[in-house]
Design a protein around this ligand. Structure first.
Ligand SMILES: Nc1ncnc2c1ncn2[C@@H]1O[C@H](COP(=O)(O)OP(=O)(O)O)[C@@H](O)[C@H]1O
Ligand SMILES: [Mg+2]
Length: 271
C-alpha cells in the first residue's frame, strides 16, 4: 500500500475515515443538545467504555456537529492530577470572547468574561502557582469565594446567561472523566445541576472508562439523574466491515470477502 494515500490512520482519538456504527449515539446527542439550547431539559450524555472502543472520536464528532449547528463548544481532556478549573478556563475564555465580539447581546458575554476573571483569580489563590496565562477584569463577589463548587456554579451560570442571550448553548466536552478527583467531579455535577435548574443552555457531553459511573455516584448521589450513561462497545460485525471497506472503496479498491470477515475476530488455532 502507498503510504501517501493509505486512508487508515489508527491512533488514540484519531478520527477514522469512516465512523461506522455510531449513528444512534450521534443522533441522540444532537437531540439532547438542541433541547438544551432551546431551554428544554436533557441529561448530560456520557459515553462509557473500555480503552480503544472509540469514545474520543465519537466525542470529537458530536462536538464538530454541535459547532456546525452554532453551539459554543469547550473541549477538554482531564488528566491525572490535572485541575478542572485550569483546563476549562482558556477554552471557555475564547468562546466567551467570540460571543462578546458579536454586537448584539455582547454585554452578557463581557460579564461572563469578568466572572471568568474572578474565577481564574480565585483558582490561582486556591492552587498557588497556576498555569493560567491570562488576567482580565473581574466581577467582585461572583465566582471568587474559593469554593470550587460555588465558583464553578457562578461561572457556568454566567456562561449560560451569555449563551442564552446569544441563542446558543455552551457545551462542555470532557474526555477521560475517570481522571477527575471526586471533589472536582462533584463540583462539576453540582454546577451543571444548578444550570439545569435554571434552564440555562449549559451542558456537558462526557466520556470515560467504566469506573466513571461509580465515581459520579460517589461524588453526588443525584448524578444518575443528571447523566445518561451510554455504553460504547465494540462495533457489530456489519459496522466493523464498513469501517474497513468504505475507505478502500473511496480509492476504488475492494477486499475479498474472506479478508474482511476474518477481521481478527475468529480465534485462530492454538499455537
Ligand atoms: N466507529 C468507528 N469506526 C471506525 N474506526 C473507529 C471507530 N471508533 C473508533 N475508531 C478508531 O479506533 C481507534 C480508537 O478510538 P478512540 O476514540 O481513541 O478510543 P477511546 O477513546 O475509546 O480509547 C482510533 O484509531 C479510531 O479512529
Ligand atoms: Mg479516548
Amino acid at each position: 500500500m502507498d503510504t501517501r494515500t493509505n486512508p487508515y490512520a489508527p491512533g488514540a482519538g484519531t478520527p477514522p475515515p469512516e465512523l461506522a456504527g455510531r449513528d444512534s449515539v450521534i443522533e441522540d446527542a444532537a437531540v439532547a443538545l438542541d433541547r438544551i439550547r432551546n431551554g428544554l431539559s436533557a441529561k448530560c450524555m456520557t459515553m462509557i467504555g473500555l480503552r480503544g472502543v472509540g469514545k474520543t472520536v465519537l466525542l470529537g464528532r458530536i462536538a464538530m456537529d454541535a459547532e456546525a449547528r452554532g453551539m459554543s463548544t469547550v473541549q477538554v481532556e482531564a488528566k491525572e492530577g490535572g485541575r478542572l478549573a485550569v483546563l476549562l478556563a482558556a477554552p471557555l475564555r475564547s468562546r466567551l470572547l467570540a460571543m462578546s465580539r458579536r454586537a448584539a447581546a455582547g454585554d452578557m458575554a463581557r460579564r461572563a468574561l469578568r466572572v471568568l476573571g474572578s474565577f481564574v483569580r480565585a483558582t490561582r489563590l486556591r492552587y498557588g502557582d497556576m498555569e493560567i496565562g491570562f488576567d482580565s477584569e473581574r466581577e467582585p463577589g461572583i465566582a471568587d469565594s474559593g469554593s470550587l463548587e460555588h465558583d464553578l456554579g457562578d461561572l457556568l451560570r454566567a456562561s449560560g446567561e451569555a449563551a442564552q442571550a446569544h441563542d446558543t448553548a455552551v457545551v462542555l466536552f470532557v474526555d477521560e472523566l475517570q481522571y477527575l478527583a471526586q471533589l472536582e467531579l462533584g463540583a462539576l455535577i453540582a454546577a451543571l445541576h444548578q444550570a439545569a435548574q435554571r434552564q440555562l443552555p449549559v451542558t456537558m457531553v462526557g466520556a470515560g472508562l467504566p469506573q466513571t459511573v461509580a465515581n459520579a455516584g460517589k461524588a453526588r448521589t443525584y448524578a444518575e439523574r443528571m447523566f445518561s450513561f451510554r455504553e460504547i462497545g465494540p462495533l457489530d460485525s456489519e459496522a466493523a466491515a464498513r469501517a474497513i471497506e468504505r475507505p478502500a472503496e473511496a480509492l476504488g479498491v475492494s477486499y475479498a470477502p474472506d479478508a474482511v470477515e476474518s477481521n481478527g475476530v475468529e480465534p485462530g488455532p492454538p499455537p
